[in-house]
Design a protein around this ligand. Structure first.
Ligand SMILES: NC(=O)c1ccc[n+]([C@@H]2O[C@H](COP(=O)([O-])OP(=O)(O)OC[C@H]3O[C@@H](n4cnc5c(N)ncnc54)[C@H](OP(=O)(O)O)[C@@H]3O)[C@@H](O)[C@H]2O)c1
Length: 236
């Protein structure tokens, strides 16, 4: 399928080793963008293949978003760079669907919040200076972060972490009222990845192209929005 030209030509994808981050990095490269893809461990074979397909347009970087010092170190290494789009993808879900919050292991609770809320926001805080004045900052939230839509429960701590992320992004947006950049919290749908599991309703290749189309359409519209992959608003 032919795609409209990208509005974001240089993209920093945080959390690109596998799953949705890998697919986002690959899709941007396939559509002609320059991509810096971060991993926290070794570069995966799949991500290496993305670079092999376009060696002059793909770079690797390292950051563990649960480690504030690593985020600061990445910011120092990126000094002088400008990206059209910062896409924060990294996230974790440690507890089974049925586990209520009171029963989770304390360390798992702390790690989930420290990664999905604090870690993602630290990436936004430390790296937003490298996003062009008219660029876009996108963060993978989740439909499960919607407080309004939580009528079923389940994944209690994961949900709480994404709701916290959403609230922290609203504070960021409130502190930057004159920012011309698009600020996006994205709910991609339930997708078959290591996190989403085999029972998820969507393949990665069904979900990521429309998600990227939505991000591309948002450039130039300032302010914070919580959107699904089709661009429809998700209730907070
Ligand atoms: N799949 C879904 O149905 C779904 C739905 C809604 C939202 N999301 C969100 O989409 C994002 C990606 O999910 P996914 O399904 O692709 O999950 P996944 O397959 O489990 O992949 C998670 C990714 O996040 C990285 N990561 C985890 N902790 C990190 C850390 N501390 N520092 C840096 N990278 C870290 C992982 O790197 P390693 O390889 O090093 O572990 C991996 O690249 C998450 O934020 C998730 O909450 C997913």
């Amino acid at each position: 399928m032919a795609h409209t030209p990208l509005s974001h030509r240089s993209v920093l994808v945080v959390g690109a080793s596998r799953g949705l981050g890998l697919a986002i990095a690959r899709t941007y490269v396939d559509r002609g963008a320059r991509v810096v893809a971060t991993v926290r461990g070794d570069v995966s074979k799949s991500l290496r293949a993305v670079r092999d397909a376009a060696p002059d347009r793909v770079e690797f970087e390292h950051v563990d978003i649960a480690d504030g010092a690593e985020i600061t170190a990445l910011a120092n290494r990126l000094r002088g760079r400008t990206f059209d789009l910062l896409f924060v993808v990294a996230g974790i879900s440690l507890a089974p669907q049925s586990q209520v919050a009171a029963d989770i292991d304390d360390d798992d609770f702390a790690r989930t919040l420290a990664t999905n809320a604090l870690g993602a926001m630290r990436v936004v805080e430390r790296l937003h200076p490298f996003v062009a004045d008219t660029g876009t900052i996108a963060v993978l939230s989740s439909g499960q972060g919607s407080i309004t839509n939580n009528t079923s429960g389940g994944f209690e701590v994961y949900r709480a972490s994404k709701a916290a992320l959403n609230q922290l992004m609203r504070s960021f947006a409130a502190r930057h009222p004159n920012d011309a950049r698009a600020l996006l919290l994205l709910a991609p749908g339930w997708i078959r990845t290591d996190m989403g599991g085999a029972g998820a309703g969507l393949e990665i290749d069904e979900a990521i192209p429309p998600l990227i189309d939505t991000v591309e359409a948002q450039r130039g519209t300032p302010g914070l929005r919580f959107l699904d992959r089709t661009g429809a608003p998700v209730p907070w």
